[in-house]
Design a binder for this molecule. Structure first.
Ligand SMILES: C[S@@+](CC[C@H](N)C(=O)[O-])C[C@H]1O[C@@H](n2cnc3c(N)ncnc32)[C@H](O)[C@@H]1O
Length: 252
C-alpha cells in the first residue's frame, strides 16, 4: 500500500469481481490460457505478452504459476495501467500503446515471445484492423510460440442457442446487480472516479477513448480460425469454450 492509502491489491480484486459478473467462468478461461503456455513453453521461464492486459489480471496469474516467467503488459487505459504498474513487480514491463495503431509493437522490449495472451479485449478492434493485428502478433512470437485470444466468439453451429446462453448470462448478471452482490461496469467506473489517485485519470481516460466506441464486433469462431490461418500461423484451433465465449490458439 502507498503512503496515501492506494492499495493496488484491493483494486485488483474489485476489477476481478466486476469482470466475473460478465464472465462467471473467467478463471476457467485463464487456466486454459496458462495451460497453453505450459504446453508450448520450452523452459521454466516463458516470456509472455499480455495484450490489452488492463489491470494485469493475466500477468499476475502467469507469474503466480510460472515464477521465473517475465511478462510485458500492453494497454492504453491510463487508469487500468496505473493499477497494473502498482501491482506488478520487476518481472513485468508495462507498455502504453494503442492496438489500432499499426506501430503498436514499437515499444515492446522483445520480439520473440513464447506466448501472446489476450482476453475480453479484441472485440473492440474493427474487422480490417483485427485481421492485420493477427498477422502483426505473429511477428512478435518466436517460431513455435503461441497466441491465444479468449473473447466472445459464437460456435457457428449453434447461433440461436448461443444467443440464448447470452440471455441467461445477462439475466444472472442483472440479478446480482439488483441484489448489490457486485458492481456493474458503470458503477465500478463511478467508484474509481472517487479515488484520490485514480480519479484524476478518469478524465484522461475519457479523452483516450473519445473516438473508441461502437466497435463491438464479435464474429463467430470460424472467422477467427480462418483469419489466423490466413495470417500464416501453422496451426489454429480452440483450446477452450464456455457458452458464447471461446479461446482460439494459433502457433507460429
Ligand atoms: C475488459 S478489459 C480486459 C482486460 C484484461 N485482459 C482482463 O481480462 O482483465 C479490455 C481491455 O482492452 C483494452 N483495450 C481496448 N482497446 C484497446 C486498444 N486499442 N489498444 C490497447 N488496449 C485496448 C482496455 O483498455 C482494457 O484494458
Amino acid at each position: 500500500m502507498t503512503p496515501y492509502g492506494f492499495d493496488a491489491g484491493a483494486w485488483q480484486e474489485s476489477w476481478d469481481r466486476q469482470q466475473e459478473a460478465y464472465l462467471p467462468d473467467r478463471e476457467e478461461r485463464f487456466t486454459a490460457l496458462l495451460n497453453t503456455v505450459a504446453a508450448t513453453a520450452d523452459g521454466p521461464a516463458p516470456a509472455v505478452l499480455d495484450l490489452a492486459g488492463g489491470t494485469g489480471s493475466i500477468s499476475l496469474r502467469v507469474l503466480r504459476r510460472f515464477p521465473h516467467a517475465t511478462t510485458t503488459l500492453l494497454d492504453l487505459d491510463p487508469v487500468l495501467l496505473t493499477i497494473a504498474r502498482e501491482s506488478l513487480d520487476e518481472r513485468s514491463t508495462v507498455v502504453t500503446a494503442d492496438l489500432r495503431d499499426p506501430n503498436w509493437a514499437a515499444g515492446l522490449p522483445r520480439r520473440d515471445y513464447d506466448a501472446v495472451l489476450t482476453a475480453t479485449a479484441l472485440h473492440w478492434i474493427a474487422p480490417d484492423r483485427l485481421t492485420a493485428l493477427y498477422a502483426e502478433i505473429r511477428q512478435v512470437l518466436r517460431p513455435g510460440g503461441v497466441f491465444v485470444n479468449a473473447d466472445e466468439m459464437a460456435d457457428d453451429g449453434l447461433p440461436e442457442l448461443t444467443t440464448r446462453l447470452g440471455d441467461v448470462n445477462r439475466a444472472r448478471r442483472e440479478a446480482r446487480y439488483t441484489a448489490g452482490a457486485v458492481l456493474s461496469w458503470q458503477a465500478w467506473w463511478d467508484h474509481v472516479a472517487t479515488d484520490p489517485l485514480l480519479g484524476p485519470l478518469v478524465e484522461q481516460r475519457r479523452k483516450v477513448f473519445a473516438e473508441h466506441h461502437g466497435t463491438d464486433w464479435t464474429p463467430p469462431v470460424s472467422w477467427h480460425l480462418d483469419t489466423l490461418r490466413g495470417a500464416g500461423y501453422t496451426q489454429a484451433g480452440l483450446v477452450w469454450r464456455g457458452g458464447r465465449d471461446a479461446a482460439v490458439a494459433a502457433v507460429r
